[in-house]
Design a protein around this ligand. Structure first.
Ligand code: BGP
Length: 485
């Protein structure tokens, strides 16, 4: 059997997408709390008010700064799906009991930074926030479910976005390390697997979500990446000081890239396109900046704010494993006249050989095998698929069943490719986590009808519903698959 003993089958979630209780027990506002519900056509809006109490809003992908008299806030004319999530904050015992029935061995959660430090700058952490995660982790342990924690999954406190404009400012490094230290002091003895920044390479597309930054230009993006690399390296070193066998990974989204044709110009675009993913892993896995990036900054006149000792920190704080999300492959071309479709936080030229999800994401299980090979051959580090899954509209039948054979098919084809990567290509894979193992709010659109779960949550697009949990057909399929493998 290809899957090694101890292979971690499981599921993945993020605090802001399922916890709800966005303002309870001392939690501060996070950037996702002021992001409205969107759809496949309408973007999610960042909202706020000015000094005169007038509302403003702009799309989360827009390049716009906050004006001096403006602050981020929730406004009446919009609704905010993350406020309720699926109320996991109160219902996690029931949810974990169900997940345990499925036989999962690992659950990825994130800690909402603003539950621990509501504005990011308090002298003391919020004890109630810490106690919540402690209860949650203990409950996981009760079922022998290995916790994996993401320290920053699109959850910068709003106050840090307003005051520092996020990670372009070096102050964030200090505040993040303080937050990480508090989390490690409390949870490191119970939690071995950690991730620093979720999908760090999304920074270039959605700086607000990834780095709590507004109106970023190229220089801000370069600085924000630099500060996050530094924070990542310092976090890795800190964790190892506190627990020798801790496993701290980076996390990128990997849209397996294909050139549109074998035309050399398409190949060149493809080679350059890959760099926008590899840049991040190159630094965090090798501990230094790659030459193509140094040249690019030189051309653009960008000078990184390097301080004494920084480069040494980058070098010594390289990650233990690479965590990545994989949903789709993307095609790039030298021509910009080809028809496109959307992918995870990205756009792609349409691939005529692939089918697409209802949201346009191209379905490509073989791309996952290629991804595993590419990353393993480049870095030689263990890999962890920390997100994979299918966003689809499910139908709740009158008898309470949900027949999601399309999801079973998607997952089955992907895990079969992992098996080949391990067996035939010799790739070292630590585990596989189904994204949104329980239905939750979509990150990119804020929708609820875009469901990923193997556990259904009864809730309509406006957030109304009993929130009753029900196993889907995929629940039973995954349970049997895990038992067998
Ligand atoms: C990744 C995020 C997750 C998750 C997933 C699915 O980008 O790390 O938070 O949401 O993609 O994307 P979406 O919810 O936009 O369908």
């Amino acid at each position: 059997m290809a899957f090694p003993k101890g292979f971690l089958w499981g599921g993945a979630t993020a605090a802001n997408q399922l916890e709800g209780a966005y303002d309870q027990d001392g939690k501060g506002l996070s950037i996702m709390d002021v992001l409205s519900r969107g759809s496949n056509r309408d973007p999610r809006m960042i909202t706020g008010v000015n000094e005169d109490g007038e509302c403003f809003e702009f799309p989360m992908g827009a390049t716009r700064h906050l004006k001096e008299n403006e602050s981020l806030a929730c406004v009446d004319i919009r609704d905010y799906p993350n406020h309720q999530g699926i109320d996991f904050y109160h219902r996690y015992p029931e949810d974990l009991a169900l997940l345990a029935q499925m036989g999962i061995r690992c659950l990825r959660i994130s800690i909402a930074w603003s539950r621990i430090f509501p504005t990011g700058e308090e002298k003391m952490p919020n004890e109630e926030g810490l106690r919540y995660y402690e209860r949650l982790i203990d409950e996981m342990r009760k079922y022998h479910i290995e916790p994996m924690i993401t320290l920053s999954h699109y959850e910068t406190p709003v106050a840090l976005c307003e005051k520092y404009n996020g990670w372009a400012n070096r102050k964030m490094v200090e505040l993040f390390i303080r937050y990480a230290r508090v989390c490690f002091e409390r949870f490191l003895p119970k939690v071995k697997y950690w991730l620093t920044f979720n999908e760090i390479n999304v920074l270039e597309y959605y700086p607000y979500m990834e780095a709590g930054g507004l109106g970023y230009d190229e220089c801000d993006l370069a600085f924000a990446a630099y500060h996050q690399f530094l924070a990542s390296a310092m976090t890795v070193s800190l964790a190892h000081e506190m627990r020798k066998d801790a496993m701290i990974g980076c996390m990128i989204t990997y849209p397996c890239l294909y050139p549109y044709s074998c035309h050399p110009q398409d190949m060149l675009v493809y080679t350059k396109g890959n760099r926008s993913t590899y840049f991040y892993t190159d630094v965090m896995c090798r501990g230094r900046y790659p030459s193509y990036k140094k040249k690019e900054y030189e051309r653009k006149g960008i000078n990184l704010p390097v301080q004494e000792g920084d480069l040494e920190k980058l070098k010594t704080g390289t990650v233990d494993y690479i965590g990545f999300s994989y949903y789709t492959s993307n095609v790039v071309a030298s021509s910009n006249e080809l028809e496109t479709t959307s992918g995870n936080m990205s756009q792609s030229v349409k691939n005529p050989y692939l089918q697409r999800s209802e949201w346009g994401w191209q379905i490509d299980p073989v791309g996952l095998r290629i991804t595993l090979s590419n990353l393993y051959e480049r870095y030689g580090l263990p890999l962890f698929i920390v997100e994979n899954g299918l966003g689809a509209k499910d139908v709740l039948e009158k008898d309470g069943t949900i027949h999601d054979e399309y999801r079973i098919e998607y997952i089955r084809r992907h895990v079969e490719e992992i098996e080949k990567a391990i067996e035939d290509d010799g790739v070292e894979v630590l585990g596989y986590l189904v994204w949104g193992i329980i239905d939750l709010v979509s990150a990119s659109t804020g929708e609820f009808i875009k469901r990923y779960g193997m556990i259904h949550v009864e809730c309509d697009e406006q957030g109304n519903g009993s929130l009753i949990r029900r196993p889907k057909d995929s629940f039973y399929w995954y349970r049997d698959w895990i038992a067998k493998h």
